[in-house]
Structures are given as structure tokens and as C-alpha cells.
Design a protein around this ligand. Structure first.
Ligand code: ZN
Ligand code: ZN
Length: 173
């Protein structure tokens, strides 16, 4: 499998590096990181002061030429009626997106002794692995340690691991 990472807006180098490393580790795939793209026209919702996630997915599919493409952006994303999303992907599609905006919360609530940078890096890795999992046809998993567990808050992201559980693994690898 080949995954293309499409940075949208100003994405820090360590974020791109961690995302690539997470994908390579879990899916044993090749990863290409594209040049930064401007935020898609018309994706901004002034009432919400947020960006529509769907437009970022379209951009990722358009710019990337990989079997799977993922946009990474520091912009705050929303989808339909949800207040915010860490990421979004269509099941079995080729495009996806993650936002680092709400992953930056410095504390993990004492869950570990890790530094804020390490915690943030872990979250980025988990979220890209999660969204690419959806593009491979995986739905949410009940196993709280599995990367495909639905994690609407950073607390839940921190609890899960970067890897697919055995059940999810058997479906895609
Ligand atoms: Zn999900
Ligand atoms: Zn699972």
C-alpha cells in the first residue's frame, strides 16, 4: 500500500514525521509527503469559526496520488452536527483528514509521565492510523486499547494504543 500525506496549511515538520512513522509502523506501507497546500476555498464556516472536514478530504484525494491519501492540518475541523472532529474518513474511500488543532492539549490528565511533545506525537500517530483504518474498511472497534476505538476526547485517544487489535488486524493486514 502507498499512502500520500498532504499537509494543508502550516504543518510542523515533526507532525509530518510522526504521521509517516506511525503509518509505516502499523501498515508497513510506503509514504509520500507532499508540499503544503493552501486551505481549500470555501471550507471556512464563519459562524462556527471552523473548517468543513469534507473539503480537506477532497483536496487530499485530488493532490495525493496514493492508494490512500490523508490531509493533515492545524485548522479546527467540524463535520455535520459534530462540534469538532479530530479526523474524518469515508469507509473504503481513498481520502481522509486529521486536524492537530485539538490534539495539542498539553496535559494528559496524569495518565502518564510523558512530555507534552511526546503525548502530542502519539496522538498524531494514532489519529492518522485510525483514519487510514477507516479507508481500509475498518469501523469503530469496542476494544478501548485498539486504535480503531472511537475517541471523541484526547483522554480516550491517550488510553488507546497506536496499533490495531488482533480482530481489526485480521481484517486488513
Ligand atoms: Zn473513527
Ligand atoms: Zn480493533
Amino acid at each position: 500500500m502507498h499512502v500520500d500525506i498532504v499537509p494543508v496549511g502550516e504543518v510542523a515538520a515533526p507532525v509530518k514525521r510522526e504521521a509517516s512513522a506511525g503509518l509505516r509502523t502499523v501498515y508497513d506501507c510506503e509514504v509520500t509527503v507532499h508540499d503544503a497546500q493552501p486551505v481549500p476555498d470555501g471550507s471556512y464556516d464563519a459562524n462556527r469559526d471552523q473548517f468543513r472536514a469534507e473539503e480537506f478530504i477532497e483536496l487530499a484525494s485530488h493532490v495525493g496520488s496514493g492508494e490512500k491519501n490523508i490531509a493533515i492540518t492545524p485548522k479546527d475541523l467540524f463535520y455535520r452536527r459534530r462540534n469538532y472532529v479530530f479526523g474524518l474518513a469515508y469507509l473504503d474511500g481513498n481520502g481522509s483528514v486529521i486536524s492537530t488543532y485539538r490534539l495539542q492539549t498539553s496535559s494528559d490528565g496524569g495518565f502518564s509521565n510523558r512530555s507534552a511533545e511526546d503525548i502530542f506525537s502519539d496522538r498524531v500517530r494514532k489519529e492518522v492510523v485510525h483514519e487510514i483504518g477507516h479507508t481500509l474498511g475498518l469501523e469503530h472497534c469496542d476494544n478501548k486499547r485498539c486504535v480503531m476505538n472511537f475517541s471523541p476526547t484526547v483522554r480516550e485517544v491517550d488510553v488507546k494504543e497506536e496499533n490495531l487489535c488482533g480482530t481489526c488486524q485480521r481484517q486488513v493486514l
